[in-house]
Design a protein around this ligand. Structure first.
Ligand code: HEM
Length: 194
């Protein structure tokens, strides 16, 4: 875990800044764009949460997927679900690269604690509009601790570990590029926000 964190801390900060520069909580419209970005990201990595091999390594893998929460947020806000064809690329990664991708997507739930507080100022919460940012029923902390324990419990050889670190890098790179792709569709905002 410490290697994952250390090797991605710079790209994380870059992504954090890139998103915050777009003022996601300035208004509900801005928040809508942020949700749309998150949707494209979750949509791209959806298969991660369905993998049987990964499920044997990470506890409660399927229930970690937040796509349903995100879709409910769109409904709450009367937003049309984004066009799924944002990226033509199909997600593809080896098993150990997938662990790195999963680290990035699961880790984003930690930052979501900070973001949920901002969303509250727009009147959004775990039951309306910001379900996606809410912690899991079990509590955000224990959810993340369980994930860390599962990663630490794996016996990886050097190559497998490197693949995992590469996967995390690739995930942050994709998440960074997706900000531009998703936000450049901004002219569609009025079409997406009903
Ligand atoms: C504006 C957006 C974001 C902010 C303000 C933010 C903020 C944070 C904060 C404060 C933490 C540390 C929380 C803690 O240690 O308790 C964190 C962790 C993390 N975030 Fe973000 N984050 C943002 C977006 C993202 C996104 C979009 C992703 C991935 C797609 C991401 C991935 C991660 C990961 C993997 C960690 C865990 C780092 C570790 O190993 O401890 N973050 N984030």
């Amino acid at each position: 875990m410490s290697k994952l964190r250390a090797s991605t801390s710079a790209v994380h900060d870059q992504l954090d800044k890139k998103i915050m520069d777009r003022s996601p909580f300035a208004s509900k419209e801005h928040y809508g764009l942020f949700l749309r970005y998150q949707y494209h990201l979750m949509n791209y990595v959806a298969s991660l949460y369905q993998g049987d091999q990964l499920a044997s390594m990470i506890n409660n893998l399927k229930s970690r997927d937040r796509t349903e929460h995100l879709l409910a947020d769109f409904k709450d806000l009367d937003m049309i679900q984004p066009n799924q064809a944002m990226s033509n690329a199909q997600f593809s990664a080896s098993l150990h690269e997938s662990l790195g991708w999963l680290y990035v997507v699961e880790g984003s739930k930690l930052g979501a604690a900070v973001l949920a507080k901002e969303a509250e100022k727009l009147g959004l919460n775990s039951e309306f509009g910001a379900r996606f940012l809410a912690g899991s029923g079990a509590g955000r902390g224990s959810h993340w601790r369980q994930f860390m324990q599962d990663i630490e419990a794996l016996t990886l050889d050097e190559q497998q570990e490197q693949e995992m670190l590469n996967g995390a890098q690739a995930a942050f790179k994709f998440a960074n590029q997706l900000v531009e792709l998703s936000y450049n569709q901004a002219p569609n905002l009025t079409a997406d926000v009903a």
